[in-house]
Structures are given as structure tokens and as C-alpha cells.
Design a protein around this ligand. Sequence first.
Ligand code: ADP
Ligand code: MG
Ligand code: MG
Length: 896
Amino acid sequence: FEDINDALEMYKGDWKKVTGLLGGKGANLARMCAIGITVPSGFTISTECCNKYLELGNEFPEGMWDQALIALKKVEENTGKKIGDKKNPLLVSCRSGAAQSMPGMMDTVLNIGLNDETAKAMVELTNDERFVYDSYRRLVQGFGAIVLGIDDEKFEHPLGNYKKEKGFKFDNELKADNWKEVLELYNAVIKKEKGIEFPQDPMEQIKMSIKAVFSSWNVPRAIQYRERTGIPHTLGTAVNLQTMVFGNMGEEHSGTGVAFTRNPSNGKKEIFGEFLFNAQGEDVVAGIRNALPISALNDKLPKCYEQFIQECAKLENYFKEMQDVEFTIEQGKLYFLQTRNAKRTAVSRFKTMFDMVEEGLIDKKTAIKRISPSDVDMMLHPQFDPNVLKLAQKQGKLFATGVAASPGAAVGKMYFSSKKCVEMAKEGPVIMCRPFTKPDDVDGMFASKGLFTAEGGATSHAAVVARQFGIPCVVGCNVIIDEEKKTVTINGITLNEGDWVSIDGTTGSIYSAKIPTIQVKLEEQKHFMSILQWCDEFCSKEGIRDIKNGPSRGLMVWANADTAEDATRARSFGAQGIGLCRTEHQFLGDRAGILREFILTEDKDKKKEALDKLEVLQTKDFEELFIAMTDLPVVVRLIDPPLHEFLPDLLELTREVYELRGKGEKNEEKELMLKKAEQMHESNPMLGLRGVRLSIVLRQLVAMQTTAITQGAINAKKKGFNPVPEIMIPLVGHPNELKEIQPEVEEVSQNLLKKNNVEIEIKIGTMIEIPRACLVAPQLTKYAKFFSFGTNDLTQMTFGYSRDDAESGFLLKYVDNNILPNNPFKSVDQIGVGRLIKMCVDEGRESQPMMDVGVCGEHGGDPKSIKFFSEAGLTYVSCSAYRVPVARLSACHAIL
Ligand code: ADP
Ligand code: MG
Ligand code: MG
């Protein structure tokens, strides 16, 4: 193509395709040309050629070289210079550039076209022998390293020796003759290492450089980088051949720099960058000399500075996005060498997007589209100080990796038991390390800044609890923990109790280093708040959705929360309701004992006593919860988990009793408990006495819980709040189960309301977790006024995978071996489980068109799943408080 617009026309205006063909660097160089920004003359060889070249076993595809020669002619015409000319030689750079940037992975050769002859011509032209021979030796060095694959060390070493010998400290002390001598040393290196002479023919130099850039696509570090970042291996790199401009032609009018059009850390609208006088190429980035702030340019070359500022504005106006540019000034003339959309911190991302909407540069939709779920995550959770992190990575401090289970960074001293973590947390930050976690470990988790486990997957206990409470967590690290010796080992490296570790729950990495973290103050982030507000507005017809006015455009986001404190946090993150309050979480700690007493005792009075105690405690809990969520719905689920979670551990109990018996003692209470526990023991507790079945078997629990919920609401109302309670019956598979329980819930609550002379609407609904429930949705609507999908259980039962075991066993292997496309506990299986969901929603809404249908499983916080739920026509997703902002963004992405 002569012009970028021709390419664009051919691809029907699709910039993505054009960029795929020309690479990011090439496409943007062409776009800069098209809008009149000064770019050194050049041309781009497409990624297609690269792929073909590799396919042919390192041969240029037919016709490519001929086309390159024609393009080169054009460049010669444009510049009035000629390749290899003895009077006015053209020098070029050969630059790699893939569609997606892979910083530092592939290479660029500068100063191509210099040889013994053209060097002399350049001296005539520039009258600067030092500059010419410095450039020439840079070519030989770059060519040797990049094209011929000679280790950089092999060049650095003789240069170092030479400088020592001559008493030089810095490169800029070397004179022309010195560089000539270094050049000879370098030529000798090539001869010695490769047995060839540095090619004097410029055309040969060009050809070999193009081949080297093509081949660099498949060097191991580039392959590894793509594996890590998910860039497809099939894209290939483009090659840009471009006239050299020189920032190293003296201290006065030449130099090179890099800049951002806005501040990449905080987003402030100001040019932010660095500049070096008398420098070439990578000198700024490499930090060889201290670069100056961009304003230094204004002091010395104000006209250039002025032009630079204007052209940066022009670039932003054209790309409608913050840019990151590389530029060079050659004897007072400004050239742009590269521009691309700038990487920036999450804080900067939110501010720049907000500002650009205010400036009228982009609309709200565009701004929202450019924000990613991980930007939101980064705002909510502490992050490592990027400089220290880089250092730690360089020093090989990455200790282990696992499943990124709960986002955020944390640092502390590592301990191996819950108790020790609680104890040591008084003295400083701690990190918990466990094989896996159980409810017993929760105290230690709360005391810790973060945790990592050897086993488990994304829905393991550790992961779920950590996410709910915003504790950074990595699971399934495959480390070996020796709890006696108090060590943890992997890959031959062992850490001891009390060692500093840093964990990143966003990437799933554990470092054996102390890396400080940075936390953003959300209250101060009005841009963040405003943009999420825009998301809500797009999703709803008018601001916050009015439940009575029917389904909104997109999903609402509710939260899973068990306590008033949880709920308050969720509300501050923008939750529009509580989709799941797990009542059994109120039975933790001391209260577990009361419930256990209720279950185990045969004595009627004792049973009643235990229930009454629980009722008082729960009533208070609910009252506080409803007050915290006044005006917004709160879905309370009746007791749900398998019974054994409330019973003593059977093995342990058996051991205890037998030990006592062995000593000739007989503890009546323990004996009874064991008998009862044996009776209640189930082989498959997850398919056993749980959910609605518990309510049916332990009948008194239903009335107690309903009373506590209703009374809690009445109390809140009497205090002037507006509670909106809803009661959810879990794990229903047959309508008769609802028929059994729902009327009692209705009766108990209505009687209590009447007795108190208070009017509150209490909706009763059901949780859909068993495939059969999906198949009989219309029959359920007779008793249920809302549905809420428990997608964890629904996934478990539809696949027949135990969610507690699958992820530490075969499931991840399935994913690795492409037997499954992804982990269905992380992102909902749209084809199978999704089909059940869709069927259930559609058939359920046939009889109850305005029915609320939500999701309250872990999938409610997963962006991909959210898109699916939105399309399935759900009313809301409910996720842990810390996922609420991400879900708000994703709900909006789903409808834009
Ligand atoms: P990367 O993709 O690693 O940034 P580039 O192709 O941008 O590699 O090249 C690295 C540096 O080399 C550029 O930042 C620029 O300073 C310098 N450079 C590349 N081409 C030229 C050129 N034609 N004239 C002057 N300097 C160049
Ligand atoms: Mg660059
Ligand atoms: Mg469930």
C-alpha cells in the first residue's frame, strides 16, 4: 500500500485487521504520516511475510524482496539519499513490531548501511568523525548480537578492557580514533565467533537484518512471553525499515526522548517524559545517563518543544486515547519514531477516561469499554510497589505459583497454623501457609494479610472465604509443607516459619521477599466512583432500578453478605441488594455449640432451650442486616450446609472415645455423641441431609429461622427503617419440597406481622441448584416468587464433579489437556449448565413474567459468566462485596 488509507479501505475500516497486518508500530507510523506528523521515511513488511518466511523454513516468500527494493527506491527518492552511496548514503533502522506489543522481546538494528566507504562519506557530510565511528561500531555490535546471535558480553568485554587501558570512564570520553580502534576490536569479535567478516554490502546487511527480525518471533523468550500473556503464536511480526535520524549529532540541537501525553501514574493532564541531548536509540530507556525531564527541552530548544506539545495534542485528538511516544531531534528537526496507546496504572486509567469524557474527546461508552475488570480490581486491592517487584523478579525471588484465588497483594512473615498466625499478627503482618483450609482456620485467615495453600482450586474453602473477605489468596501451589519442621519447600528451595513472603492473589505468585504494597484510597477516587455510576445508569432504565418497575436493560449487582458489617461494605461498593445471606455463617464460633446441642440432644426441653437461644441471637443479626440495607432487598437463605459440618469430626470423636475406653473410663456424654454422630454419618454428605431436606427433617428450625427473620424486620421497621426481606429455600429438586415448607414460612411470618401490627412484604423464593429443579421450573413458581441460581452446586450436580475435590484432582488436568475448555467452577459452562439456566428462566417467567431471577454462586463475580447471565435475561448477579465493582463494570460491558 502507498497509503494507510488504502489498507484501511481494503479491510473495510477495520483497524484491528490493519494493525494485525502491519503490526502496531508499523500501522501507527503510517497513521502518523497520514495526519501530517513528521516521521522518518520508511516502509513496513507485513506480518504475513513473516509467517510465510517461517513456514518456508527461513526463505523470503516469492516477490517480497522485489517489493522491498521498490519501496526502498521510494525512500531514496523521498530523502535524496542512496543506499551505499559514496556521497550521500542512506542509513536505515530495521525494527520489529508485532500486532500486540511484546516489550523487550524482539530486536531492532540501527545504523544499517554504514561500511568503510559510507562512513567516510558520512564524515564528509557531518564533519563529525566521532559521531560517525560511534554509530558504525554500534551497527557492528548490534548486527553481531542481533543478526549473528553473538552474546552481548563478547562486545562489552573488549570495550571495557579498552576503556580501562586508555583510562576512560564513560563512553562519551572516547574520541573518533578510539571508536575506530574499538570498531576493529568488534570486527575481530565477529570473525572469531562466526568465522565471517562483517558484511560491507549494505543490501546484504538489510537482507540479513530482516531475516533476523522475522526469526526473532520464535526465539524462546518471545515464545515464553506469548505463553504467559496469551498472545497467539500465529500472529507473526512485521518489519519496519526506516531512515535513520540522529539524536547523537551534538549537545546543542540533537537528542532523543520518550514521553506520555498524560501522567501514567496519576492521570494528570500534562506531558510526562524524559529527554537526553546527544543520544541515540535506547539510551534513554536503558538509563545509561541520567535523563532530563521533558521541560529541559523547553529551556534549550523552545521551538521544538512547542511543536512537540502541539503534535502530542494532535496525536491524542486523532487516536482519542492517551499516547506513549518515542521521538528524536536531529539538529533542531523533530521526528516521531513511535506512538501507541499508553499503559498506565488503574488510577491513571480512571482519571484519563473520566477527563476525556469531560473534554468531549470520547463518549461514556467508549470510556467504559476501555476499562478492564483488572483495572477495577487494582483499585480495590493493594498492589506491590512495581519497582521493588521488578527487582525481586530479577533476583529470582519467585518462589511458587498457583491458582489466583482472591486478588490483591500482601506481605508478611509466614506461619503454618491458624493459632500461630493469630498470635504473631499482634507483632506484625503475617501470611498464612496451609495445605488447605477448613472452617477452623478462619480465625487465622482473618488475622493474616494473605494466605496460600498447597492444595485446592478456585472454589475451595480457602478461595471462597478469602474472596468474601478480600484477603489476597493463592491456592493449589503444589508446595510441600512440613508442619513439624515448620518449613515449606518447592523446587529444592525451602522457607522457614517466620520468613518474609509476598503473595499476589491477582497473578497467583508467591515471592520469597518482602515487597511493600500500595493501597489506593477509594473515597478519594471520584473518577472511579463516577465511572461505575455511569455503568449502573446504562444498565438500568433510570438510575438504580426500581424493583416494582420490572426488568432493567442490564443486570443489577447484588452482594453475598452475612452480617451488617459485610453488607455495609457491599453497599459502599455499590451493591443494590443482598442476594445471599448464608444464615449458617451466623452459627460460627460459640454458636456452633448451641446448634450442635440442638441436633444431638434427645431431651425436648434442651432442644427448645437451644433453639430459643439461637432465635434471640439471629433476630438481632437480621435486624442489623436489614437496617444496614434499608430500602434494598435482602435474600436470607434458610439453613443449607450438610449436617456433618455442625457435628464433631467422627474420626476424632471415635479416637477420643476409644482412648477413654482403653483407660477404663466411660464418658456418657461423649459415648452418646458418638452414637448419634455415627447414626447421622453419611457417605455422600453433599448429596445428603442438606438444604431444604434439613428443614424438613429438623422441622423446628424452619419456624425458628422464619421468626428470627420476620422479627428482625419488624424491629428494623419500628426503628424507622425500611426492611425488604426475602426468604429463600435452598436445594429444592421437587415442588413437593416447597409445598411442604413454603406454607409454614408464610404462616409463621404472617402471624408474627399481624401480631405486631406491621406490614412488610416478605417474598418467598427458592434456590435453583439441582438440575431437576431447572426441568420443572413452572411447577416451582406455584410456591416460589423468585429464583436464584446457586451455580456452584448446579455445576457440581450437572457435571457430577465434586466441587470440593475436582479442582485438586483431575479437573485442572482436564483443562490443561483441553478435555474441558475451561474450569466450569470459575466461568459458567454456557452450553450445558447454561442451557439448564436458560430453560429455567424462560419457563419460569412464562407463568411469572416479572419474577426476579438471580445468580448467587461464585460465577456472579466472573466477567465472562456475567455476560452470559445478562444475555439469559437474569435480573441480578450476587457476588462477594469485593467483586461488586468488577461486576458492575462487567454487567455494563455485557450490554454495550
Ligand atoms: P522497541 O520496539 O524495542 O521500542 P524500536 O524499534 O522502537 O524498538 O527501536 C528502539 C529505539 O531505536 C527507538 O526508541 C529509537 O530511539 C531508535 N530508533 C529506531 N529506529 C530509528 C530511526 N529510524 N532513527 C533513529 N532512531 C531509531
Ligand atoms: Mg520503541
Ligand atoms: Mg448450594
